[in-house]
Design a protein around this ligand. Structure first.
Ligand SMILES: NC(=O)c1ccc[n+]([C@@H]2O[C@H](COP(=O)([O-])OP(=O)(O)OC[C@H]3O[C@@H](n4cnc5c(N)ncnc54)[C@H](O)[C@@H]3O)[C@@H](O)[C@H]2O)c1
Length: 283
């Protein structure tokens, strides 16, 4: 008699990443910082990779104070050689890597496409796409050798829709989303899963709704169907799902974590009319 296959049981729901080595790029900032904290709370050994020395120190201290484990690497992920050294250091200390979160990215400096030059394109592509290749390439051999690993790429909701604000940034983010799906198919048989998160509307120093707007300019009921600003923790919870065994049968997907902004594309809730509109009045 054959028995039904069963998934490995989740032993401890409060320690979903117990003793797993997790590298988080940009792991001292807004979304990356929330991911570093939550992963450490769930028992991971977190390797924070960030150029910001002060922010890295404070997150390492905070994690240690909560009984967690974290180490900082102060490198620029756009520096391919520095990435190789960082990977050697992580693998030299732990002998393996279980989770990689490629989270570094920035829309700044924003240069309108009609005014932009090859140097501007290189800057945006390096900061949002090429370094993801460097960091992933650096850890891939170890994941393949151990026949396990999870990669979570934090790109943007702009990877998944037309973005008039900066098509070059959108193209770079879409490159990361497509890399995610393609790598999932290529390396799934090696036991490695790749998934992506497309944030939108999330309060961080890079996208600062608290400082950048007057209160009456904030219109959450129109911008996000859930009716509120996103928090770095909203992103971190999805990253935890994608990095843990909860998502063992999920790979190659890019999930908008956006309060519903992508789903409602083109439709806005009009305060004046108290109804949904998809075009200016009078057309
Ligand atoms: N916040 C949002 O609503 C939003 C929306 C769309 C996409 N994103 C994406 O989410 C990711 C995280 O953004 P965030 O809002 O948390 O930004 P953030 O600026 O708060 O955090 C970015 C972190 O990355 C670090 N960093 C920047 N360049 C680096 C480099 N070259 N090498 C190493 N570290 C570097 C910074 O020091 C900072 O700690 C980015 O890829 C961003 O494009 C965010």
């Amino acid at each position: 008699m054959t028995t039904e296959p069963r998934p490995e049981p989740i032993e401890d729901w409060t320690n979903l990443l117990l003793d797993r080595v997790a590298v988080v790029t940009g792991g001292a900032g807004g979304i990356g910082g929330a991911i570093s904290r939550l992963f450490a709370e769930h028992g991971a050994i977190v390797e924070v990779v960030d150029t910001d020395v002060d922010a890295s120190s404070s997150i390492i201290d905070e994690i240690a104070a909560g009984g967690g484990r974290a180490t900082a690497h102060h490198i620029d992920v756009c520096d391919h050689d520095a990435v190789q050294e960082m990977a050697s250091s992580v693998l030299g200390r732990h002998g393996s890597i279980d989770i990689l979160v490629n989270n570094v990215g920035d829309y700044r400096p924003l240069v309108r496409f009609e005014d932009s030059s090859p140097a501007d394109w290189d800057t945006i592509l390096l900061l949002n796409l090429r370094h993801v290749l460097s960091v992933t390439r650096a850890f891939l051999p170890a994941m393949r050798a151990q026949r396990s690993g999870c990669v979570v790429n934090v790109h943007s909701v702009e990877a998944m829709r037309g973005y008039p604000g900066d098509p070059v940034y959108a193209a770079a983010k879409a490159g990361v989303a497509q890399l995610t799906s393609s790598m999932a198919v290529r390396y799934g048989r090696d036991g490695i899963r790749f998934n992506g998160i497309g944030p939108d509307l999330t309060q961080t120093s890079q996208v600062d709704y608290l400082a950048g707007y007057e209160p009456d300019e904030l219109n959450w009921e129109s911008w996000a169907p859930v009716g509120r600003v996103g928090l770095p923790e909203d992103q971190a919870r999805v990253a935890l799902f994608l990095a843990s065994d909860l998502s063992g049968f999920v790979t190659g997907h890019n999930i908008p974590v956006d309060g519903g902004s992508h789903a409602g594309g083109g439709w806005f809730f009009s305060r004046a009319d108290r109804r949904f509109v998809n075009r200016p009045k009078g057309l």
